[in-house]
Design a protein around this ligand. Sequence first.
Ligand code: ATP
Ligand code: MG
Length: 466
Amino acid sequence: MSTKTEELISAPPARIEPVRILVADDQADIREALRLLLKAEGYSTEIVSNPGAALEAVQTNEFDIMLMDLNYQRDTTSGREGMDLLARIQAADSKLPVVVMTAWGSVELAVEAMRRGARDFIQKPWDNPRLLSIIRTQVDLYRTLRRAERLEAENSLLRAQNRPIFIAESKAMQPLLTLISRIGPSSANVLISGEHGTGKEVVAQTLHAISPRAGRPMITVNTGGLPEGTFESELFGHVKGAFTDARTDRVGRFELADRGTLFLDEIANVPLKQQAKLLRVLETGEMERVGSSKTGRVDVRVISATNADLKVESAEGRFRSDLLFRLNTVELHIPPLRERREDIPLLAAHFVKQYAQRYRKPVRGFEPGALEKMLDHPWPGNVRELDHAVERSVLISTSELIQPADLGLETDKATSARIEDMSLEEVEYLLIKKALARHSGNISHAAEALGLSRSALYRRMQKYGL
Ligand SMILES: Nc1ncnc2c1ncn2[C@@H]1O[C@H](COP(=O)(O)OP(=O)(O)OP(=O)(O)O)[C@@H](O)[C@H]1O
Ligand SMILES: [Mg+2]
């Protein structure tokens, strides 16, 4: 974790943020009365007239409190629609304080709502000072809770021994850092997208390290790399005798990750049939080991990563949209290295230090020309490519400062060489590099252009350190 990120996580709020209130009521006059009252108090409000819009608002914006009518048009007295909305709001944001509004004389309903997690209630027509005092109390409590949580996140950040190093000082990375510090401590499922080698796994580790689950393991599964037929048993485990090779019971990754984090890497490569199985455990928290009828429960935060565009995969029928909806409660996109060149010198310096130590070489930095060369390079393999280029240079360097030629970034050299003079491997390396550059590092597209499967290309990229 870079110092910048630590600052970000521990930094006190720069200014007092305006209190944001969500109001849901289907009666226009009530909405208008609340709008005027709350505006006069200096609150920022979003006012909606039906449960669907309320849910959408909570999913897309942050609020300090919600005022919710319990009776909506479809069924005006039982309050069932309101109770249902309350449950949905809590599922979307379990901490948001909800104050319910009920008709005069329906205390029973209000009590029921409070049993189900509403923080307070007010009867209509309400008394303005009382309503405002409820709002102030609940918002205070909520903000104190949030501050405590931030402190806890910060502490666990300091405690984390093996916290990953995450360098991100560039402007392009700032929105990502803000999001990481905000959602890291929660249990929200996160989908991380970004090109090959941009640092998706590092981000997953960072999220885990600053979460209250940091004391428990983060279990990684390369879902794309699981041989067919082993998917279920890997993820959910099996019991002895479930199939021919099942000689003993086996604990699956979901169970191993219980109360911790499960990192599902290369999620786009999960076949449709298996997507259905993943969906179920994500929806219910329930699963059975293969061959067992006993249903177990797990409490797992799922972080997944992909370098495909899952919206496209889903639109084209290769990825279930309901599964996508479960995975991407929050979406983090990591920009490619070429869009954050300011980070190149910092990353390079970090890798030099690391490899000089590991290989016991007296290398301490770069010649200006080498730095320039790195700043100009398109880095289709992103941070991983930079990492490998620096490692190679440290190994072959004969001076304290890495020379431009040590970097081996001379694609032009290879291009100008006659194909007849190149080895098969050199040609393959060159073609792969070109395809990746042409497709901006998008593996699926590059693989298609090369006539390779994604995994075949992936293996070759690893072989060549791309
Ligand atoms: N911001 C960063 N700071 C420090 N090191 C980084 C950063 N981003 C990536 N790295 C390093 O670069 C390498 C690649 O990162 P990582 O494995 O997280 O990428 P990825 O996006 O998961 O790649 P892939 O798509 O191939 O799975 C790792 O060695 C990682 O430690
Ligand atoms: Mg990865």
